[in-house]
Design a protein around this ligand. Structure first.
Ligand SMILES: Nc1ncnc2c1ncn2[C@@H]1O[C@H](COP(=O)(O)OP(=O)(O)OP(=O)(O)O)[C@@H](O)[C@H]1O
Length: 247
C-alpha cells in the first residue's frame, strides 16, 4: 500500500547540497505497523514528510494505494501542535470543520475518537489544562478525525515520562488493532520499536539509507509478557548493535 521506488531527497545548502535520503526501494503492506529507527540525521523524518507530501522528492516515486480516502495520511509530531485557544473537542473536530463535514456527523466522529483515545471527561479542557500524554492523545485523535488510512508518527512519545510512554504504547497498539490503520512510527527507542512494530526499518546516515528491515514475530496482543519474551530481548539487542554500527 506504500511503495517507494528509487526515492531520493536532497536539500540545497549554501555551497552545495546534502543527500538526506539515498535511493529507497521499499514496500509497506496495508494495515502494518512499521517502526523506523536510526541515528540522528539519517533521514527518518524526511522519509515521513515525503510520504505525507510535506516535501517533494528529488527523484524516484512514492505510491500510496489508499483508494478513495479524502486525505491519505494523518501526522502526529513530537509536540502535539494543538490550537491553544480551542478545547480538546474543537481541536479534534477542526479538520472535519475544514472539510465541511456536517455538525451532527462531526459530533458523532469526535465522540468516538475521544472515547478511542481515552479522553472522556476532558472534552471541554484547553490544551494548557492537559498533561503532555493527554495532549498527545488529543493529537492522535485529531490526526485520525477524517479517517486517513495511514498514520505517520514522528517521535510521538519522546517528550513524556517513561510510565506514560508505556501506557501510550499499549493504547496505540489497541487503536491500531481497532482501526486497521497502517502506522509508521519513528522512534529513538529500540525497545519501543521492537515492542510496537510488526516490522522495524533500520536506517543509517550520510546519506540516509535503509540498512536493514526486521520482521517482528512477537505475538499479539503485546503486553508485559512480550517484555519477558527472549525473542523480544534478542531483537532489542540486535537493533542496539545495528545502531552502534550506524552511529
Ligand atoms: N529543510 C532542510 N534543509 C536542509 N537540510 C535538511 C532539511 N531537513 C532535513 N535536512 C537534513 O537532512 C538530513 C536528514 O534529516 P532528518 O530530519 O530527516 O533526520 P532524522 O533521522 O529524522 O533526524 P533526528 O533523529 O535527529 O530527528 C539531516 O542531515 C538534516 O540536516
Amino acid at each position: 500500500m506504500i511503495t517507494t521506488s528509487g526515492l531520493t531527497k536532497s536539500f540545497d545548502l549554501e555551497g552545495g547540497s546534502i543527500l538526506a535520503l539515498a535511493p529507497l526501494d521499499h514496500r509497506i503492506e496495508k494495515g502494518s505497523f512499521v517502526s523506523i529507527v536510526g541515528p540522528s540525521g539519517c533521514g527518518k523524518s524526511t522519509f515521513l514528510r515525503l510520504i505525507a507530501g510535506l516535501e517533494d522528492a528529488s527523484g524516484g516515486t512514492i505510491k500510496l494505494d489508499t483508494g478513495s480516502a479524502k486525505r491519505p495520511v494523518g501526522f502526529v509530531f513530537q509536540d502535539a501542535v494543538l490550537l491553544p485557544w480551542k478545547t480538546v473537542r474543537d481541536n479534534i473536530r477542526f479538520p472535519l470543520d475544514t472539510a465541511g463535514v456536517r455538525r451532527d456527523e462531526g459530533n458523532r466522529i469526535v465522540g468516538e475518537l475521544i472515547d478511542l483515545v481515552g479522553l472522556t471527561g476532558f472534552e471541554d479542557a484547553l490544551p494548557k489544562q492537559l498533561s503532555g500524554g493527554m495532549r498527545q492523545r488529543a493529537a492522535i485523535a485529531r490526526a485520525l478525525s477524517d479517517d486517513p488510512p495511514i498514520l505517520l508518527m514522528d517521535e510521538p512519545f519522546s517528550a513524556v515520562d517513561l510510565l506514560t510512554r508505556e501506557t501510550l504504547n499499549d493504547e496505540l497498539l489497541r487503536i491500531w488493532q481497532r482501526t486497521g490503520k497502517t502506522i509508521l512510527l519513528v522512534t529513538h527507542s529500540v525497545e519501543e520499536a521492537a515492542y510496537l512494530g510488526g516490522e522495524v526499518m533500520v536506517m543509517s546516515p550520510r546519506p540516509g539509507r535503509l540498512k536493514k528491515t526486521y520482521t517482528v514475530d512477537l505475538p499479539h496482543p503485546r503486553g508485559e509478557a512480550t517484555k519477558l519474551d527472549p525473542a523480544y530481548h534478542q531483537l532489542v539487542a540486535e537493533l542496539r548493535q545495528d545502531m552502534r554500527e550506524t552511529d
